[in-house]
Design a protein around this ligand. Structure first.
Ligand code: 1GP
Length: 248
């Protein structure tokens, strides 16, 4: 069943070709700063705010950040959880994600087993997504016990992405890890986009319009940037440059 937020994302992808998500991490920025970043990113044309991070451990920090962001923006706020602790009832939706290339079943299905009842209880919109860690994997790869897929082996990413689609997941996220030294190369994004019909989200190491454009040209339906907004003072302008580069 496609919920309101998911339908909005699909409509925006149809309209714009490639959309942009701004990721804020309450473990790295205060609730106040997350809301400030989100408000500027909205002005810059981002499509939705994602909230979460691999090392998030305080649910009260998350709740506070989500509530502040909700008060500051009109666009959807979607949780990007590292486990049950990453679920907040104040969000519009949650990526119900499985780290497909983890070696630890916790990140493939057990965290989801623990989270699903809370999500149901809060009547949160869940958007099923296959999450695949590539390249260096960074902190997400380490915390998630991933076997990150080397950029030289796009075929492995294609296999996991097709498995996600075949299992009924409605989005696939190719992740290089937050702060990755280089984004996922267009060859890998392109190989996946060529084979799957579900939207492909690409993130990790994208810091400028050129890198965002390369992912779009390769077939990405959505680009995620996180570090960019943590490091920059001119968030609105930097987001606008990326959004302009990837919009039709
Ligand atoms: C991390 O893909 C996201 O989960 C964003 O990565 O922080 O490198 O933009 P960056």
């Amino acid at each position: 069943m496609t919920g309101k937020t998911e339908q909005y994302l699909l409509d925006q992808i149809k309209k714009k070709g490639t959309i942009h998500f701004t990721l804020v991490d309450p473990d790295k920025s205060s609730g106040y700063d997350c809301a400030k970043i989100a408000a500027e990113a909205e002005k810059g044309g981002t499509t939705a705010i994602m909230v979460g991070g691999s090392t998030l451990a305080s649910q009260s920090d998350l709740d506070e950040a989500v509530q502040r962001i909700k008060a500051a923006v009109k666009i959807p706020v979607i949780l990007f959880p590292n486990g049950p602790m990453g679920v907040s009832k104040y969000a519009d939706a949650v990526w119900f994600m499985s780290l497909l290339n983890s070696q630890n079943p916790y990140y493939i299905i057990d965290a989801q087993m623990l989270s699903a009842p809370i999500i149901k209880q809060h009547r949160l919109e869940a958007i099923p997504m296959g999450y695949i860690i590539t390249g260096e994997g960074c902190v997400a790869g380490y915390v998630g016990y991933a076997r990150p897929i080397n950029f030289r082996h796009p075929k492995l990413a294609v296999g996991y992405s097709l498995a996600a689609e075949t299992l009924g997941m409605r989005f696939v996220y190719l992740e290089a890890g937050s702060g990755a030294p280089e984004p996922i190369p267009p060859q890998m994004v392109g190989a996946v986009a060529k084979y799957v019909d579900i939207p492909v989200i690409v993130g990790g190491g994208i810091r400028n319009p050129k890198a965002a454009m390369a992912a779009k040209m390769a077939g990405a339906s959505a680009i995620v940037t996180g570090t960019l907004v943590e490091e920059e003072s001119e968030v609105e302008q930097r987001i606008r440059e990326i959004v302009d580069a990837i919009s039709n």
